[in-house]
Write a protein that binds this ligand. Structure first.
Ligand SMILES: *Cc1c(COP(=O)(O)O)cnc(C)c1O
Length: 398
């Protein structure tokens, strides 16, 4: 194109040749909805799959694909598997996309009763409407799980989370993946609480891992996104097709923020875990605290399973304050350093009161039966100086 011949208005409109000469040291954000073809033939080849290349950012984008590839490599690290990953617009859309990719009307999902609240709600209020049923059971009761699998051949997916929110109950991943394999059932683990630094379900025979990258993987609380990671090539095309047609794709900006967060993931996770251990030990000795749920404490009922499948005990814990609802809320109102916020995995310490937030719509009797009492407080322990976290909790509890 000869720019000398064009009018000022056209020069304003047209993209100029970009001036990239050397390789950028950091991943660029490709803020473009589409990609130009050199010729009609190239376009045809890319759309038919004869040639690989980007065409439209809902189908794939260099920034997004770079980050999803990195996450897949992290989940498959050391397993010898070659995994693929797809970033999604949220953790929830990672879950809905994988379910709608793998299951159809008449199929059943087997899962636990204490899933992330949004996941339970989606299974009951959205997924159920397309004729995909869910059975909720205690996945730590092996014989009961096997009996359900034996009796119901419509079960296609075993879906679980470990540790579970907010009581840190652990499910034996290897035991569940072996059982699922015996019955020809696909497994998917929500690994949000651990990240691949702490727990690698693929190494324990699981087919798919999903994450809300919103939490630890991003780590800085400034993006909402998710990821689906698998290794069986048989499902790859169907997942990509579902993703691009539902439009649950991640955007380049959020992908870039995850990429930034990933650089410090191992050192963040190490500090989250050591701080959480120190906070758990402090809380355990406090006279106003009835109970501490932290997998690192040998007294925790799931300490042994956690030790078997987690490289550290992570940054999440919950504890029960001795007192009624109003006295518990008073204590939480006194916190000055820790933030009251309904997320987890950020660099700063976050407090959540499940009974009045994440579990407010669950019956009190059912809440109590699951250990989610009025006194229960969830902490996402940050990477600050642990003395400041403990000082804040101490002054609030006094
Ligand atoms: C937050 C969360 C989700 C949902 O992720 P979003 O990014 O909020 O959509 C799913 N599972 C777990 C364990 C979570 O903590």
């Amino acid at each position: 194109m000869n720019n000398k011949r064009l009018s000022l208005a056209s020069l304003c409109v047209k993209e100029f040749k970009d001036h990239r000469s050397t390789k950028p040291h950091q991943l660029p954000i490709y803020a473009t909805s589409s990609f130009e073809f050199e010729s009609m033939e190239e376009g045809i080849d890319i759309f038919t799959g004869a040639k690989s290349g980007h065409s439209y950012s809902r189908y794939g984008n260099p920034t997004v694909d770079t980050v999803s590839g990195k996450l897949a490599d992290l989940e498959a690290f050391g397993t010898g598997l070659s995994a693929y990953g797809y970033l999604t617009s949220s953790g929830m859309s990672a879950i809905s996309t994988i379910i709608l990719s793998l299951l159809k009307t008449g199929d059943t999902i087997l899962t636990q009763g204490d899933l992330y609240g949004g996941t339970t709600e989606m299974l009951l209020k959205v997924i159920a409407n397309s004729g995909i049923k869910t059975i909720f059971t205690d996945l730590t009761a092996f014989d009961g799980v096997e009996q359900i699998l034996q009796n119901d051949r419509t079960i296609k997916l075993l879906y679980f989370e470990t540790p579970a929110n907010p009581t840190m109950k652990c499910i034996d991943i290897l035991q569940m993946s072996r059982l699922a394999r015996k019955y020809g059932i696909i497994t998917c683990v929500d690994n949000t609480f651990c990240t691949p630094v702490i727990q690698q379900p693929l190494a324990l025979g699981v087919d798919f891992v999903i994450h809300s990258t919103t939490k630890y993987l991003n780590g800085h609380g400034n993006s909402i996104a998710g990821v689906i990671i698998g290794h069986d090539e048989k499902y790859k095309k169907q997942i990509w097709t579902t993703l691009k047609l539902l439009g649950t794709t991640c955007n380049a900006w959020d992908a870039w923020l995850i990429n930034n967060g990933l650089k410090t993931l191992p050192i963040r996770m190490e500090k989250h875990a050591s701080n959480a251990m120190a906070v758990a030990l402090f809380l355990q000795k406090h006279p106003k605290v009835k109970k501490v749920n932290y997998n690192g404490l040998p007294s925790h009922p799931y300490h042994n399973i956690a030790s078997k499948q987690m490289k550290s005990y992570g940054g999440m814990l919950s504890f029960e304050i001795d007192g009624n609802l109003s006295s518990v809320l008073n204590i939480l109102n006194k916190l000055k350093f820790c933030s009251i916020a309904p997320t987890l995995g950020d660099v700063d310490t976050l407090v959540l009161h499940p009974a009045t937030s994440s579990h407010i719509n669950v019956d009190k009797s059912q809440r109590d039966a699951n250990g989610i009492t009025d006194g229960l407080v969830r902490l996402s322990v940050g990477i600050e100086d642990v003395n400041d976290i403990i000082f804040d909790l101490e002054q609030a509890l006094t």
